[in-house]
Ligand binder design. Structure first.
Ligand SMILES: Nc1ncnc2c1ncn2[C@@H]1O[C@H](COP(=O)(O)OP(=O)(O)OP(=O)(O)O)[C@@H](O)[C@H]1O
Ligand SMILES: [Mg+2]
Length: 328
C-alpha cells in the first residue's frame, strides 16, 4: 500500500487526476490533471458549465469509474491502489447522492426496500428487526414520515425522493459524500429544505462533502471552498468569500457576472463569453479558455498555465490573472 501523510485535517487529497474516455473521434479528456484537497468536515463546491467534467471527477473519486492516471489519498491512503478488502471498506466510507432521484431509484422498490438495500448488501444488520429499526432511524434522520415506508418513488414528490437518496447515502455511516447536483431537479423551496438538511447533517455528524453544481448561488450557500472547472481542469480555487468577492480567473469573472444580485443599486457589468466551449477531444495545447478569453495574448495559446497560489489559499491557472483584475 502506498501510504502518504497529508496535513492532519485533510480527508481527501487528489493529485494529478486524469480520466480520459476513448470515443470515436479520439481521446476525450474529461478530467485532465486535477489536484484538489478537502479538509475533514468541510464542503468543497465544484462549479462549471455542463460537460466540464464535474460528475466524472466525482465518480472517479468515489470509485464508481476507474481513473486513467493520478492519485487519490483518502485518510492518507491511495484508494486507486486499494486491494479488495480495502475497496470494500472504502465503499462504505464514501457515498454519492445523484441529481435525479427518480432515475437513480428503482421504481419497483418501496421506501423501506430502497433504504434497506445498502444495509442488506453490506450485511451491516444482524436481523430483520435490526434492519427495520435502522430504516426507521434513517427515515427520521432525513425527515421522511414513518407512514411513507411502504410508498413507492412515483407516489412521492421530488424532495421526498431526494430524501430517500440521502438516506441511502447515510445508511453505511460514511465519512465522505459526493453530492452531484443534489437539488438541481427540485423546485426552489424544496431545494432550500434539502440544502438545510445536508447542512444540518454535516454540522451534527462532521461529514465531508464534494458538492457539485452548475448553480453558483447554491454553491455559495453551502461551500467552505470553491473550485471552478473548465474543460476538464480546475482554473481557480479559493475560500468561498474570497472567490465570490475577488475572482481572479477571467472565466470565473464571467460566470459570476451572470449571477443576479439582490441589491438593485448594485451595478454589475455582465461579461458575455464569446464562442463555444472547445471540444474536450484531443484539446489543443495552451490555455483551454484562451479561445473565449477577451484578454487572450500570444502566450496563452502557446503555453499551458499552471494552477498556482497567487495569494494565500487562492489558486489560479491564468498567465495574467492578477494583472487582469487591476485592469478591470
Ligand atoms: N462514459 C463516457 N464515455 C464517453 N464520454 C463521457 C462519458 N462520461 C462523460 N463523458 C464526457 O466527459 C465530459 C465530462 O462529462 P461530465 O458528465 O463529467 O460533465 P459535467 O460537468 O458533470 O456536466 P453536467 O453539468 O451536464 O452534468 C463530457 O464531454 C462528456 O460527454
Ligand atoms: Mg454532471
Amino acid at each position: 500500500m502506498n501510504a502518504h501523510t497529508p496535513a492532519a485535517e485533510t480527508l481527501l487529497d487528489i493529485r494529478g487526476l486524469k480520466k480520459y474516455f476513448h470515443v470515436r473521434k479520439g481521446l476525450l479528456h474529461a478530467v485532465d490533471d486535477v489536484s484538489l484537497t478537502i479538509p475533514r468536515g468541510k464542503t468543497l463546491g465544484l462549479v462549471g458549465e455542463s460537460g466540464c467534467g464535474k460528475s466524472t471527477l466525482g465518480r472517479v473519486v468515489i470509485g464508481l469509474i476507474e481513473a486513467t492516471a493520478g492519485e487519490i489519498f483518502f485518510n492518507g491512503e491511495d484508494m486507486l491502489k486499494f486491494g479488495d478488502e480495502q475497496r470494500a471498506r472504502f465503499r462504505t466510507q464514501a457515498q454519492i447522492v445523484f441529481q435525479d432521484p427518480f432515475s437513480s431509484l428503482n421504481p419497483r422498490m418501496s421506501v423501506h426496500q430502497l433504504i434497506a438495500e445498502p444495509l442488506l448488501i453490506n450485511s451491516v444488520c444482524g436481523s430483520r428487526k435490526e434492519v427495520d429499526a435502522k430504516v426507521k432511524e434513517l427515515m427520521d434522520t432525513v425527515g421522511l414520515a414513518e407512514r411513507l415506508v411502504t410508498s413507492f418513488p412515483h407516489e412521492l414528490d421530488g424532495g421526498r425522493r431526494q430524501r430517500i437518496g440521502v438516506a441511502r447515502a447515510l445508511a453505511l455511516n460514511p465519512e465522505f459524500i459526493v453530492l452531484d447536483e443534489p437539488v438541481s431537479a427540485l423546485d426552489v423551496c424544496i431545494q432550500a429544505q434539502i440544502l438545510n438538511l445536508l447542512g444540518d447533517l454535516r454540522k451534527e455528524r462532521g461529514y465531508t462533502y464534494l458538492f457539485i453544481s452548475h448553480n453558483l448561488s447554491v454553491v455559495r450557500y453551502v461551500s467552505d471552498e470553491v473550485a471552478v472547472m473548465y474543460l476538464g481542469q480546475v482554473v481557480e480555487k479559493a475560500a468561498n468569500t474570497t472567490l465570490f468577492r475577488k475572482p481572479l480567473h477571467p472565466y470565473t469573472q464571467a460566470l459570476l457576472s451572470a449571477v443576479p444580485v439582490a441589491d438593485p443599486e448594485a451595478k454589475k457589468e455582465r461579461i458575455i463569453l464569446e464562442g463555444d466551449v472547445p471540444s474536450p477531444i484531443e484539446p489543443a495545447p495552451g490555455c483551454r479558455f484562451a479561445p473565449r478569453c477577451i484578454y487572450r495574448q500570444e502566450r496563452c495559446t502557446a503555453e499551458n498555465p499552471v494552477l498556482s497560489e497567487r495569494e494565500p489559499g487562492h489558486f489560479v491557472s491564468c498567465h495574467f490573472a492578477g494583472a487582469l483584475r487591476e485592469r478591470r
